[in-house]
Write a protein that binds this ligand. Structure first.
Ligand code: NAP
Length: 442
């Protein structure tokens, strides 16, 4: 075999959608002659598909099936429960693989930078999303003491958390949400969710499909002030803005039905302070075009003002954009784009777009890896064995493809016990235990 005939060995850091779509693009064609090792910090793969997409978005969750097929390919190996900088260094990956692709996403949250933001009861929507999605590191939420919740932001995350807050827990029984979370949602005393949106409805980032879902919820009224809805001829409106505005206008004309839960939209309303002594009591907001501020009583605040990437130890990172600096998908290190180091997904582009955006981004990134192929293969002639050798030598307890399949089986067994299709295992230790043969679900 000549040097350029051997398989291209690629490490993908991050087992979420961007990383898995990259693995797909690199190995889909058997003639591409590439192998991929995926390194994931969490004990399980799928990232935001498992821990970000709302449990009731069942169609979107189906993307897991095609990504599972990628994991089933012999050319793709999974190493979960492996943290860069703790279990393995980036420098080692750069030595042991022909190419390294960073696909670590964005799972931290943006801040509002207003007083009171850190009071008890004020959290990021990201934390709430992690909680209802059974993320092993999620904080706990007690909804049995709250009646009014303020959600800040006009993106799809704001709509997701609002929908979960007002939906009847029973309606989530056909999802993989864990039993404890279902019980906590069933005990919720939340009746009103106020969404505070700093600009007009024409600038909202949410998509019409997600907005429309709110109007279809059982026993929920939507309250929109018709005066807050811009006229159709207000400036140049894009297609999404036009559809959103039409929907909001229709809602603003509805007579309340006396539903037990309500969603209140507040457009052009900017939060200036979260009020409370120890915990959240109210939110102070300023509506553009009016004088002064107004205090609205709330028991809980969720800030849905965007995700943010975290730096990876040993990888260049721009604090300003919270992304990995790159040119044509190649990481810029020491001032120059590197053949051999690539970035993909939100870690590269920032947190925007839908799932399909990551797919096309992954294909373009894999294209750059293939463009560099000959150079990458000639850079390195020795096979070091990659993550498998490094982690086994160190005794790191990683979870591989088989362990993941065992966990997936356990989650289905757990579902059967509770007369449901599948129930996610929440705790980190239980996931690790479930990946070993001696585990009995309860
Ligand atoms: P996003 O779409 O970027 O929305 C963030 C919102 O926060 C914007 O409305 C923004 O308002 C507002 N904001 C930012 N800073 C603020 C501040 N200081 N004060 C008040 N408001 C502030 O972010 P996201 O909702 O987190 O969604 C992230 C990505 O995931 C998006 O691409 C989204 O479509 C996607 N996603 C998709 C789905 C789905 O398809 N169902 C579900 C969840 C998420 P301005 O516009 O005024 O800056």
């Amino acid at each position: 075999m000549t040097t350029t005939d051997r398989p291209l060995r690629v490490a993908v850091v991050g087992g979420g959608p961007a990383g898995l779509y990259t693995a797909d693009a690199l190995t889909f064609d058997p003639d591409s002659n590439a192998t991929v090792d995926i390194l994931e910090r969490l004990p399980v793969p799928f990232g935001l598909l498992r821990y970000g997409v709302a449990p009731d978005h069942l169609t979107m969750k189906l993307a897991v099936n095609s990504l599972q097929e990628v994991l089933d390919r012999p050319s793709v190996r999974l190493f979960c429960n492996v943290e860069i900088g703790r279990d393995i260094e980036v420098e080692e990956l750069r030595r042991h693989y022909d190419a390294v692709v960073y696909a670590t996403g964005a799972d931290a949250d943006n801040k509002l930078a207003i007083p009171g933001e850190d009071l008890t009861g004020s959290s990021s929507a990201t934390s709430f999303v992690k909680w209802y999605n059974g993320h092993p590191e999620a904080m706990d939420f007690d909804l049995s003491r709250a009646s009014t919740v303020g959600v800040i932001g006009a993106g799809n995350v704001a709509l997701d958390v609002t929908r979960i807050l007002v939906k009847q827990a029973e309606e989530l029984r056909n999802t993989d949400i864990d039993e404890a979370t279902l019980v906590a949602l069933a005990a919720s005393t939340v009746t009103d969710v106020h969404i505070f949106i700093r600009r007009g409805a024409e600038f909202a980032k949410f998509t019409t499909k997600e907005l429309r879902e709110l109007g279809e919820l059982h026993d929920v009224d939507i309250v929109v002030d018709p005066e807050h809805i811009p006229a159709d001829d207000a400036g140049e409106l894009g297609a999404v803005a036009k559809r959103n505005i039409a929907l909001l206008r229709a809602w603003s004309g509805r007579t309340p039905t006396g539903a037990t839960r309500r969603i209140h939209f507040h457009f052009s309303t900017r939060p200036t302070e979260i009020l409370g002594e120890q915990s959240v009591r109210a939110i102070r907001v300023e509506r553009s075009g009016t004088d002064g501020c107004r205090d609205i009583p709330v028991d809980m605040i969720l800030r849905a003002v965007g995700y943010r990437s975290r730096p990876i130890a040993g990888v260049p990172f721009s604090d300003e954009t919270a992304t990995i600096p790159h040119e044509d998908h190649r990481v810029i290190r020491d001032g120059a784009p590197q053949r051999g180091e690539y970035a993909v997904g939100w870690a590269k582009r920032g947190p925007s777009g839908v799932l399909g955006t990551n797919r096309s981004d992954a294909e373009a990134t894999a294209g750059a890896v293939f463009d560099d192929r000959v150079e990458l293969l000639t850079q390195r002639t020795e096979d070091f064995g990659g993550a498998l050798n490094l982690l086994t030598t160190r005794g790191t307890r990683f979870l591989d493809n088989d362990a993941w399949n065992t966990i997936a089986d356990r989650e289905i067994q757990l579902g059967t016990i509770h007369d449901r299709q599948r129930i996610k295992i929440r705790s980190w230790d239980e996931l690790v235990a479930a990946g070993s043969p001696a585990f009995t679900p309860s």
